[in-house]
Design a protein around this ligand. Structure first.
Ligand code: AMP
Length: 399
């Protein structure tokens, strides 16, 4: 593991008026830009597409290839510090930026967490609890791994997987061939994969946490996450699990950030087993969908916390003022009119539900499964917040 910091960085705070860079142009980048600009920073985003959510909220959008070091070096020279909003960018892109600007977290964190094989090796090396797993590079290795781990199991590509893409569940021995062909055989030949033993979990939770230059960290309360078709559907906090489980998840998340020497924000996702253990599922070196409700519910949002952490400012309080729930708005909510054109959901109906707020990301094409926005509700209890936010989504939906 390298030093936590890029060689060009120092410990002086980066103050309002400075220019912050964000690698990636998605909704996490646009919400970061809104928080940073409110605090008086300039924000420049780097994306390989011009029509992206961050374009509407940053001071400047640089469009170019993540594989073009000259482009990245040119842009990096304009920036005081750069962070990430998604991990599916080549680690070399972050290295190019790190040669001319502070990159937080360090590109090595991106390198470790963007590949399931490297991420699992990191977890094992540092003694973090996770699902039993094997690295597999061929059909024969998959057969051997199934023999060792048993079934059911899930085969996942090591690189570039998200929202359940590039993964398949194996239930019986006959599934092995089909699974290898579907996931292991890439267009350019066999791909490195991870086979994981199936965890019959009680629920899934996540912890968003921030760590500053001096090594201190602050975590938001764990979020309970339910998924539909492998995509996050509803998050809610507080999540009503025993204090011991919540403390275990929070401690493990902070230890993960510390072991990775993260400077910035990261999210650690967990499976909670039926006997109350927490197993690390995934690490994202950035803000997270399950942390969106911090905008309305917490003293400091995950996006302001990201600004504070990468700028070397004191971390804000993560205290949550009120129970809250978030429901994702996928393209599926749009439906189609008789001519086949998308029908805008009934936002007025959603906003008539008390305590509900609307966030739309400005994406033009509402495709099935595409994250177009989210709703957040606050209420006196978590159950009421979930009830409000799912009711608002149901009322808005044209599906
Ligand atoms: P991932 O992309 O690894 O987060 O997987 C997406 C979703 O698939 C998770 O949020 C779980 O709901 C499910 N999943 C992934 N791995 C496992 C596993 N080993 N056991 C049970 N469910 C899993």
């Amino acid at each position: 593991m390298p030093a936590a910091e890029s060689p060009s960085a120092d410990a002086r705070p980066i103050l309002p008026g400075a220019t912050l860079g964000i690698l990636g142009g998605g909704q996490l980048g646009s919400m970061f830009a809104m928080a940073a600009r409110r605090m008086g920073y300039r924000v420049e985003a780097i994306s390989d597409v011009a029509d992206c959510p961050a374009a509407r909220h940053c001071d400047h959008l640089h469009v170019g290839s993540y594989d073009d070091p000259d482009f990245l070096t040119r842009v990096g020279r304009r920036l005081d510090v750069v962070t990430f909003e998604f991990e599916n960018v080549p680690a070399a892109a972050a290295e190019s930026l790190a040669a001319v600007a502070a990159v937080r977290p360090h590109p090595q964190v991106l390198f470790t967490t963007q590949d399931r094989g490297r991420e699992k090796a990191f977890l094992v090396e540092h003694g973090f609890p996770c699902a039993p797993h094997r690295l597999v590079r061929s059909r024969d290795e998959l057969i051997a791994a199934v023999g060792e781990l048993g079934l059911p199991a899930v085969l996942k590509t090591a690189a570039f997987g998200y929202d359940g893409k590039g993964q398949i569940k194996l239930t019986v021995a006959d599934d092995v061939d089909r699974a290898w062909t579907a996931v292991g055989e890439g267009p350019a030949g066999p791909r490195e994969c991870v086979l994981e033993g199936w965890i019959d979990f009680e629920c899934e939770i996540s912890v968003v946490a921030a760590r500053s230059l001096d090594g201190s960290s602050r975590a938001f309360a764990p979020s309970h996450n339910s998924h539909a078709n492998h995509i996050l559907d509803v998050s809610s906090v507080p999540c009503g699990l025993p204090d011991r489980v919540l403390a275990d998840a929070t401690k493990n998340a902070e230890r993960v950030l510390s072991a990775l020497r993260v400077v910035g924000v990261a999210c650690v996702e967990f499976f909670v087993t039926r006997d109350g253990r927490v197993l690390v599922n995934e690490i994202a070196p950035r803000t997270h969908n399950s942390g969106h409700l911090t905008i309305e519910a917490c003293e400091t949002s995950q996006f302001e916390q990201q600004v504070r952490a990468i700028c070397g400012l004191p971390l804000g309080s993560t205290h949550q003022d009120t129970p809250s729930a978030m429901a994702n708005l996928l393209g599926d909510c749009w439906g189609n009119d008789p001519a086949g054109a998308p029908r805008e959901p009934d936002w007025a109906a959603a906003l008539a539900v008390p305590g509900v707020r609307l966030h739309l990301y400005g994406k033009s094409a509402p495709r099935t499964g595409r994250k177009m926005g989210h709703l957040t509700a606050t209420a006196a209890t978590t159950a009421e917040a979930i009830e409000r936010v799912t009711k608002a989504r149901r009322l808005a939906s044209r599906a």
